[in-house]
Design a protein around this ligand. Structure first.
Ligand code: FAD
Length: 511
């Protein structure tokens, strides 16, 4: 093993290049792994492999606190799946779909709208491209403004303090650092026997590259991504079939909330096939695809979206050089500080698995950087992490569902509020949405909120703050809220809970 000080001095360029020790080490390096082409160069305090939300936020914190920080990124633009293939892309697409369907959902006599048949996906996605470019520009500005260096190329860990960057032209560079953050994200899991080279068979990355809007779409897998895309394409009038081997979708949701979502999907004509497995997906000579179910039935469609989970991007990043073995999903194990089993190497974001969200990835990255350098700013993520699912209707949830509270032995009272009884909800034309609040029956504090309907992913944050602050029924009824707003649903739910608490007494008095 080469002594760290000497190695750092060599790679940082501070050791005399012609010294016998250097020549000896270079010969050794050459014999053990072909570092020969790598120019010995810069030395850093912090290096992230990956510029998605985890890597970006971590690098910025480290740089803001005076550490020399760099990010290695192999894609042309920064932002990772959050900007380039996932969050931003799919959310802009969803907003565009909602604009396109707005006149159908809220008709104005005399005004017509809708999506023309055979619309080019490129034109439909024009806003997505713009939003992605703007977001990537913002990230580059933020990184540059904080003094974080972006180094383009593929990063590979050589040892706990050294990373090799290989550029597109094959040349490479060695960087030394005090700490490494693995923030390489995840990629769609692909079925082994599914031919993704056929243009009608795509994964979550490929769906954004379609040339024309499909008339029919089969989605295999009703997880968050599959359910969100079902909503987007269903909203546009595409004939969508959503197949899920389990007996329902998004099982972690409150049952009542899920029922409203399923009703909404059914209303736009999405065909739900739960408890059914796919035996085969094949591309046809006519450019379409055929999905064969386990029971032998078949569905032909313009496109099949394969959406059965994601795997951590851990292949070829040099984990074997630091003694780390990822799990079968390619995910890396970390402790509460996001440190791996190698002391100088941390990991954050999708590459550590659940919950694998942009929102959590950025916070994990920040926390990891703070622990690396003992920055007192942040030591953990707050316990109340919200869920935001951009199905149509959207879902927001935080804290306990009713089922979780009951199975956990909590004595609860439930308050419900419906969008159709709320003035803003009526203006928006959302007549199915609901907010469900779970309170402790004795202390009356809020334990959880689940919302389905317009702006649910925004509304949930008010509940998150209330839970975090230990507020409950009393605060919600005392507090004055803007009118007309959807936030008033919280107050309505609190009054509904009070009614439920009083109900036994009222019933007794009536008797
Ligand atoms: C369709 C879809 C919709 C989503 N919607 C949401 C949502 O609404 N809300 C939400 O919170 N989350 C959402 N997500 C999840 C979110 O995008 C991810 O959780 C988040 O991007 C993960 O961040 P990350 O930093 O861990 O990795 P990523 O964002 O994946 O970034 C990893 C980066 O590392 C780079 N990289 C990988 N290997 C190397 C290497 N060896 N060398 C150099 N660079 C490398 C990659 O090029 C990439 O840029 C969605 C995801 C998808 C796919």
């Amino acid at each position: 093993m080469i002594r760290t000080g000497l190695r750092n001095a060599i790679f940082a360029g501070s050791a005399p290049h012609h010294s016998p020790a250097v020549a000896q080490v270079r010969t050794l390096l050459k014999s053990i792994g072909g570092f020969v082409d790598a120019k010995p160069v810069r030395s850093y305090d912090f290096i992230s492999i990956g510029s998605g939300p985890a890597g970006e936020r971590a690098a910025i914190i480290a740089a803001q606190y005076g550490r020399r920080s760099a990010i290695i990124e192999m894609a042309a633009r920064p932002g990772g799946a959050m900007v380039n293939t996932g969050t931003v892309a799919s959310k802009v697409l969803r907003e565009t779909a909602l604009v396109a369907s707005a006149l159908r959902r809220r008709p104005i006599p005399g005004c017509e709208g809708g999506v023309p048949k055979g619309l080019s996906m490129k034109r439909f996605m024009a806003r997505r491209t713009l939003a992605q470019l703007e977001e990537a520009d913002h990230i580059e500005d933020r990184l540059e403004g904080s003094g974080v260096e972006i180094i383009h190329g593929r990063g590979e860990i050589v040892d706990g303090h050294t990373v090799r960057v290989t550029h597109d032209d094959g040349s490479s560079l060695l960087l030394t650092t005090e700490y490494i953050l693995i923030a390489t994200g995840s990629s769609p899991a692909r079925g082994k026997h599914v031919d993704f080279s056929h243009p009608a068979i795509v994964d979550a990355d490929g769906i954004l590259e379609l040339d024309t809007m499909p008339h029919s779409l089969v989605i295999v897998g009703a997880g968050v991504i599959g359910s969100e895309y079902a909503g987007i394409f269903g909203e546009l009038g595409v004939d969508v079939t959503l197949i899920e081997p389990r007996n329902t979708l998004l099982r972690f949701l409150d049952e009542e909330i899920r029922a409203v979502l399923l009703h909404g999907m059914d209303e736009v004509g999405i065909k739900l096939r739960f408890g059914q497995s796919v035996a085969k997906v094949e591309g046809l000579a006519n450019g379409r695809a055929r999905t064969t179910m386990a029971d032998g039935s078949t569905i032909e469609s313009d496109c099949v979206l394969w959406s059965l989970g994601r795997n951590g991007n851990t292949a070829h990043i040099g984990l074997e050089n630091i003694g780390i073995e990822p799990d079968e999903r390619g995910n890396i194990k970390v402790d509460a500080r996001y440190r791996t089993s190698c002391r100088s190497v941390f990991a954050a974001g999708d590459v550590i698995g659940f919950p694998a969200l942009a929102s959590t990835s950025m916070e994990q990255g920040r926390v990891a950087a703070c622990h690396m350098f003992d920055i007192p700013f942040l030591t953990k993520i707050a316990d109340t992490v919200p869920i935001g699912i951009y199905t149509i209707p959207a879902i927001g949830a935080v804290g306990l569902t009713e089922e979780e509270a009951v199975s956990g032995g909590r004595d609860i009272v439930v308050g419900r509020a419906y969008y159709r009884d709320n003035p803003r909800g009526r203006m928006l034309g959302d007549d199915t949405g609901m907010l469900k609040a779970i309170f402790d029956r004795h202390t009356r504090v809020l334990l959880g909120v689940s919302i389905v309907g317009m702006d649910a992913t925004e509304l949930v944050h008010f509940g998150q703050l209330a839970i975090h602050s230990g507020h409950g029924i009393q605060y919600l009824v005392e507090t004055c809220l803007n009118y007309p707003t959807l936030t008033e649903l919280y107050k309505t739910a609190a009054f509904d809970a009070i009614a439920a608490l009083l109900a036994p007494a009222t019933a007794k008095a009536a008797a």
